[in-house]
Design a protein around this ligand. Structure first.
Ligand code: PRT
Ligand code: MG
Length: 208
């Protein structure tokens, strides 16, 4: 049995066509069902439906053999413990800094609100900027509006969320897409099945 960890929402929606090309169609819709383990049209493949940030953990510990996770999540988790063989090029967006649209250029120490603490720390350190990172779990856009932070580090897709809150994207930290990750032991123990799946995904991606 191969277990694949996926999160609900945009990653699931964009991963579904890829999975289907590999003959993997879940027997339940995770948006409608409360089941956390989904059997599929392939007897040897099941999906576990978990929070996006939990995907690397499940794969690292071998609770799932494979997983699909955003590069943003993998960077925060620290991906040394996983193989990351494939960029699936789905759920694409940009990790950016953003400030109030009228904010003056920041000089000296900057206060940054984000859920991407490690990535933000690394980014500002590399640029020689002193940053105080404030960890938030959501609604980062609010932080500059209420004086909690000078800027935020968050994902931007259309830019509508920033705009609706009077914020403006500033610097691109990284282009983000979702990656296929594989448990290291499973890559050895279930090599044939995983290699076949990787090849199938690669073929589908190459045709896009
Ligand atoms: O939502 P939940 O708390 O359950 O978990 P999650 O936010 O970790 O999961 P989910 O499904 O929202 O995101 C999963 C992954 O999708 C992320 O880890 C990214 O790799 C990827 N992704 C792609 C995005 C976006 N695009 C995106 N736009 N994740 C989040 N957003 C959010 C962003 O944080 C901001 O709030 O959408 C808003 C910005 O969108 P625009 O279009 O207004 O710019
Ligand atoms: Mg979300």
């Amino acid at each position: 049995m191969l277990t694949i960890a996926v999160s609900k929402g945009r990653i699931y929606e964009e991963a579904l066509p890829l999975l289907q090309e590999a003959g993997i169609t879940p027997l339940d819709d995770p948006e409608k069902s409360r089941k956390l383990i989904l059997r599929t049209t392939r007897d040897d493949v099941q999906l576990v439906i978990i929070r996006a940030t939990d995907v690397p953990t499940f794969v690292e510990y071998g609770a799932a053999d494979l997983g699909i996770a955003g590069k943003d999540v993998l960077l925060e988790h620290g991906a040394e413990s996983l193989y990351e063989p494939l960029d699936l090029n789905i759920a694409c967006c940009k990790l950016m800094t953003a400030t109030h649209k009228d904010a003056p250029e920041i000089v000296g120490r900057v206060r940054v609100a984000t859920k991407y603490v490690k990535t933000a720390q690394r980014y500002f350190a590399q640029r020689g900027i002193q940053a105080e990172i404030i960890k938030l779990y959501g609604s980062m856009e609010l932080a500059p509006l209420v004086g909690l932070a000078d800027c935020i580090v968050d994902l931007v897709d259309t830019g509508n969320t920033l705009k609706a809150n009077g914020l403006e994207a500033r610097d691109l930290i990284m282009n983000i897409s979702s990656r296929l990750v594989v448990n290291k032991a499973a890559m050895k123990m279930k090599h044939q099945a995983i290699a076949a799946l990787l090849e199938q995904f690669e073929q589908t991606l190459a045709q896009r």
